[in-house]
Design a protein around this ligand. Sequence first.
Ligand code: GLA
Length: 335
Amino acid sequence: MREPDSFGEPALKALFAGDFHIGAAVNPRTMKTQEQLLRHHFNSITAENEMKFESLHPLEEVYRFGAADELVSFARKHKLAMRGHTLVWHNQTSDWLFQDGHGASVSKEVLLDRLKSHINTVVGRYKNDIYAWDVVNEAVADEGEALLRRSKWLDIAGDGFIAKAFEFAHEADPGALLFYNDYNESNPLKRDKIYTLLKSLLDQGVPVHGVGLQAHWNLYDPSLDEIRTAIEKYASLGLTLQLTELDMSLFRFDDRRTDLKEPPAELLELQAERYAAVFKLLREYKDVISAVTFWGAADDYTWLDHFPVHGRKNWPFLFDEQHRPKAAFDRLLQE
Ligand code: GLA
């Protein structure tokens, strides 16, 4: 691993200082193992898992804030902006929320009351530290005609749960920027559905301020044109945009190459070209994009090592396993 005093290269956050925040998802372990890298190159963080419903609120009467608080203190100590992630999602959400004492589904009223209480507690607690929240994560259906994905939220509360979540969050912290966050956000079909959802929320006067483009991308998809069209379409709603979970996988989604121990040089070169092209495009839209957050910070830790192909090592970031700048970082320096 690099020595703490070896971070001589210009900081990524400085390269984009006039453009947008540069963020990383962190957890209590990477907060330590990647501390120097985070402090040198980034000016924003997001909790990888620690603010998800099941992490914070495992039982109705029990909140566990320990890990989330540690990340908040880290952000405070090092003067990093912090995004909150996430209040309403179909994954990593405790079962008790949707059930009564006998395991039967609760009513819409009970579910929304519980949601309100959760949001009040969590958003209220971090009011002075978290400037933006992913209020609703991944509610839109990837395929087919339906706008929204099937979920317990939708089954029990109907489509109004989305507006309610934003209203509760706005009440809990009127100063926070509230985001709708989703993946496949540049895919034309999904993009248009996300747009339809956001437009309808805005038409109803729901306090939604931004759209999070997760940006789990790879060397080949989505195309730059698709990214550009998505940005323009969301921006046409007058919303702020943030890339919230950027990583640039070296592989297509279903590539089953699990034998690689080192990243092939030609793929790193493609990755450098791709990152340069993507950041050039993002910079064109700096007036509407306020942050670009990676879903990690360096190649020693990425969820892509286990997903979607278990055991397929990936190298999706600008920094290598030793936290040294990769070709992609050098290319950004030359832009
Ligand atoms: C989604 C979620 C994130 C994270 C990633 C995978 O994109 O929004 O919180 O769980 O999946 O790590």
